[in-house]
Design a protein around this ligand. Structure first.
Ligand SMILES: Cc1ncc(COP(=O)(O)O)c(C=O)c1O
Length: 290
């Protein structure tokens, strides 16, 4: 595998980062996970905008629009068209003689830029939602969920507690409201008091979650979906619950806290959402793919 490190493309085994890099010591960095389908880098502008916002809030001086050149370069170097691309920008490594443990970095520090990509199946493989079991757990993370920080210890510990509870994925609750999962956003299908079926996903700021690019596309292709808070009670009564993410695509929760949801298979709404999502991908590939 060839990776990108600070402007060079080189074999992963030859890529070297200092042990004093603040990404290693502090988790002081911002990352993005991106998908390419048939050579088209999915919604790259959205990934760039999200990464730039995170970098700006963190005060890391890097222009995320470099990804416009770096993504195709990395794909080409690895001979890939259907792939997952990972980019990580850390605040960098203090220069010799500069303090290593200072929380406030020296102003002349230079960001470390790292990227890798891995082959993935093409759009034709996304024919039905995958499925999982899940457990509800408290959302223990910080209140800047919209910043895609490389410091993921809380997510790792949450994933471990879910495994202990006998589930595969987390459904996190913040003060009694559904937030997201460890690496995905959450959609629920609820039946309203008037008997209507409604597709909902929580708002980004209310529960401090990541504005997922997959979530954004789904909201575009499913205009009937509502962005509105989802309570723990609505979650328990939900007819369907599904997770969305760049790599996960659409994953139906078929058991939640040991209770089977619906028929115990991915439901009709999740299937419909996946169909519309893949139709969107196909249109975009036809327009932009290579
Ligand atoms: C916490 C969290 N929520 C949601 C998502 C989904 O975002 P996207 O659709 O942009 O992959 C991710 C992706 O990594 C994530 O880490």
């Amino acid at each position: 595998m060839l990776v990108h490190l600070n402007g060079s493309i080189l074999p992963a085994a030859d890529a070297r980062v200092s042990v004093f890099d603040r990404g290693f010591l502090f988790g002081d960095g911002i990352y993005e996970g991106i998908r390419a389908f048939s050579g088209w880098v999915r919604n790259l502008d959205d990934h760039i905008a999200r990464m730039q916002q995170g970098l700006d809030e963190a005060g890391i001086g890097w222009d995320a629009s470099h990804l416009r050149d770096l993504c195709p370069q990395l794909l080409k170097a690895n001979g890939l068209r259907d792939a997952f691309l990972y980019w990580q920008i850390t605040r960098g490594t203090p220069k010799p003689g500069q303090p290593v443990r200072a929380r406030l970095a020296e102003p002349d520090i230079e960001p470390t830029v790292f990227g890798y990509c891995l082959p993935q199946p093409g759009v034709d493989a996304l024919c039905e939602p995958t499925t999982c079991t899940a457990a509800t757990v408290p959302d223990l993370r910080w209140h800047k969920g919209h910043v895609k920080s490389t410091a993921l210890l809380a997510n790792v510990m949450t994933a471990m507690s879910v495994t202990e509870a006998g589930g595969e994925e987390a459904v996190m609750l913040r003060d009694g409201w559904v937030s997201e999962s460890c690496s995905t956003n959450i959609f629920v299908v609820v039946r309203t008091p008037t008997g209507e079926v409604e597709l909902r996903t929580p708002p980004v700021d209310d529960v401090s979650i990541l504005p997922g690019v997959t979530r954004k596309i789904i909201l575009e292709v499913c205009p009937e979906a509502r962005v509105c808070p989802v309570s723990a009670e609505e979650l328990v009564a939900a007819e369907e619950v599904f997770l969305t993410g760049t790599l996960t695509t659409v994953k139906s929760v078929i058991r939640l806290d040991g209770r089977t949801l619906g028929a115990g298979v991915s439901g009709p709404i999740a299937r419909g959402v996946l169909d519309r999502y893949t139709a969107y991908l196909r249109e975009q590939i036809a327009a932009h793919g290579s």
